[in-house]
Design a protein around this ligand. Sequence first.
Ligand SMILES: *Cc1c(COP(=O)(O)O)cnc(C)c1O
Length: 442
Amino acid sequence: MSNNFIDYPFDQQHIWHPYTSMQHPLPVYGVASASGCELELDDGRRLVDGTSSWWSCVHGYGHPVLLEAMQTQLNTLSHVMFGGITHEPAIELAKQLVAMTPKRLTKVFYADSGSVAVEVAIKMALQYWQGRGCAQKQQIMTIKQGYHGDTFAAMSVCDPDNGMHTMFGSSVTPRLFAPAPQAGFDNGLAARDASALRALFEAHHQECAAIILEPVMQGAGAMNFYAPEYLVLVRQLCDEFEVLLIADEIATGFGRTGKLFACEHAGIEPDLMCLGKALTGGYISLAATLCSDEVADGISSSAAGVFMHGPTFMANPLACAAARASMTLIQQGTWQTQVAAIEKQLQAELAPARALSAVRDVRVLGAVGVIEMHEQVNTGLMQQGFVEHGVWVRPFDRYLYVMPPYCISAAQLTKLTSAMVEMAASKHRLRGKPAQGSPSHG
Ligand SMILES: *Cc1c(COP(=O)(O)O)cnc(C)c1O
C-alpha cells in the first residue's frame, strides 16, 4: 500500500487526459509506482502492464541500468541548449543510432516527441526537393489507417476517416491516400493493393515530396499488419518516381515486430526514419529523425541553406542518457529471444478467441497481439473489466490489443491473454460510446 494521495476530484476538474472531455471525463486510475511489468495502483492493487505505456516501456519499469544512467546524468547536466553547444550524451547516442539503423541513414535530428519527429521528416522532405530545384514537390502520400501523431502535419497523414481531419476542416492539409493494404502480414502482395499504390505514384509523383508510412504494422490507426512485399514495392516505386520514403518506426522500432526495425522484414532502406517511444525505454520523452547524406545535401542546397527547425529542448542530455542506456540494452539482443517467445505464446493463447462470435480476427506479430471485434467496444467498461482481471489493457475502437514489456514472464503474459479472451467474450462490455472524440489512438 502506498502513501500516495490521489486527488481525483481535482484531476477531474482541472487536468486534461488524452482524447477526453473536461465535462465528461472517463474514469482514471491512480498509479503510485511501477516496477518490472507491473503498475501499482494507489489502493495497492497490482496490474500486469499490457501496454508498455503506449509501446515505450520495453525494458520494464524501474530498470536499474536506466535508473543509474539517468541519475548519473542528472547529477552532471540535466539540460543545456543545443544551439552552439554539444555534449557527450547527444554524440554517443547518435553513434549508436547511426550504427543500428539502415546504412543509408547517417544524420540525426533530435526532437522532443514522435509527432515532432514526423513534422521534422516532412519539413526535411520539402526542403530537400527545394534544394534539388523541384519546389513543386510539396505533397505527401501515405496509406489509409495510419497514425503519425497529433500535430498538424502529422494529423494530415493520419487516416482521413478515423483520424481528426473532419474536426479541423481546412486547417488540415489534404493529402494523397492509397488504400490500406488488407491482405495481412503472411499473404504476400495483393494485386489490388499493388495496382492502387502504383496508380497513386503514376498520377501524383510530380507533386509529391515523400510517402510516409508505418512499416509492416499500422499501430494506433487500426492495428493492421501488412506484407513486407508491399514495402518492397513502395521502395521500388519511390526509386522509379523520385519520391522520398519516410519510415515512421516510432511504434515498430527496437524489436517490437520481431526485427530490430520493421523495415528489415522487407530488407529495404528508407530515406528518412522517425524514432521515438521505446527510444528512451519509455522513461522520458525523446524522438529522432534520421536521414541520408543525400537528403542532408539537398537541404543544404535549398534557399535557406539550413534545416529550419530547432526545439528548445533539442537533444536534452537527460533524455539522451536514458536513450543511450535503452539502446545499449537493445544492442545486447536479449529482446530477440524474449520477443520470439512472446509471439509464440500470444499465438497459442489468443487463438481460442477466434471461435467467439463477436470476434472478427485475431492476429499476432512479434510482441503485439490483437483481437479485432466486429463492433466498437466501450473503452471505459472494458478498461474496468481488465482492471478487475488484474491487468492494464486499453482497447480502442474494435481492437483489444497488447504490446507488453519484453521482460514479461510467461505467467504474467498468460494473465494478459486470458483476460483478453474473457473480455472478448463478455457481451455486455461491447458496444457503446468510445472514448470521447477518440481518434482511435486513445
Ligand atoms: C505514437 C506515434 C507517433 C507520435 O508520437 P508522440 O510521441 O505521441 O508524439 C507517431 N507515429 C507513430 C507510428 C506512433 O505510434
